[in-house]
Ligand binder design. Sequence first.
Ligand SMILES: [Zn+2]
Length: 384
Amino acid sequence: MDIEPEFWIRVLLLDDVTTCTLETVSSFSILNDQTTLPAEITETRCNLTNIPISIELTNGKITIDNQTFTNENVIIFPDDPYIFNLNGSDYRGKLKLIVNPDGNTFDAINLVPPEPYLAGVVGAEMPDYWEPEALKAQAIAARTYCFYVKKRFGTNREWDMKQTAAHQVYRGLSAESLQVWQAVNETQGRVVSCKQSDGPVDIFPSYYSSTCGGHTENSKNVFGDSYETLIGVPCPYCQDVAKPKFFFWPMIQFEKAYITERLLQRYPQLERLGKIAEIVIADRTNFGEFTRLTRIKLIGSTGKSDSLRAEDFRLAIDPTGRKLRSTVCRIVELEGKWAFFSGRGWGHGVGMCQCGAQGLAREGKNAQQILSYYYPGSTIISIY
Ligand SMILES: [Zn+2]
């Protein structure tokens, strides 16, 4: 807990809620930020331990165990061992509650130093029985990614990271283990960096995904950003690690109307196309044995057309990504439906392939070698 506050990570745990339940094993302080002048922080002590405490919003004010706090920012700071339970899940650090501007809901944000945060990520993103060097590569990639997102997007909002795969999965204490903590502590403060387009060496969005399917992809084709280290590399390693039913995914079919509905929900501007009548592959990366779709052209019943990045198309149709697992697949019209088949891999395929990292670690490669394989030309630096 002795790391500078500027490095703490702010994780959005609850978004737009009206109630939640808190439980702690230790007493805690409640700090109520005064946002109007005169600036003042009031501190209340609470000794209710090991019992669920109800947090609610009443007339736009946060109440904790029926005690009302007048200002919109409330910070709960548990004593040693600095753990709180929110709605059944344990987290380290502090809990910040912020009433939203409309006064009808609040957000709950975990303020946590980077290493405990990463312990809750590494154990959620990778099995803890995997090779120690794969876990260390995962810890460095996850640390880099969170500091990139924090720097790039965190300044204008109250939080840095979501706790879902939209950023990276964070499960708090339930994801921790001895092996995970070892990987996090042995890489403390270390991140990957690369030369930026404007010259200096700095951190970059160190994307990673589960199983690339045999070749990783240029970030430009998936996310639209361009870093010289985020280029596709062959990956013969994940096929030996991923179970065949995960390396290859089964054909999935969607009704045409469902595809139109899902696309319109995410991209209302497609309405001018009418019903989606044709799905055309507009661009792809050819890896010889297979191809990754990178751009999809949609032709509508009105005759108008538009195009989307294939990854955006995939997640619009299946936001969980559990059925339509990657864009390494083929698309055909079958009995009035759209069928996606010959699918390989799981995830967007940019940056480190997690199963591939495990494959390389099994061959005796260390974390640094794994990271420089998937982020070519990158270097590891310490930021604290
Ligand atoms: Zn791979």
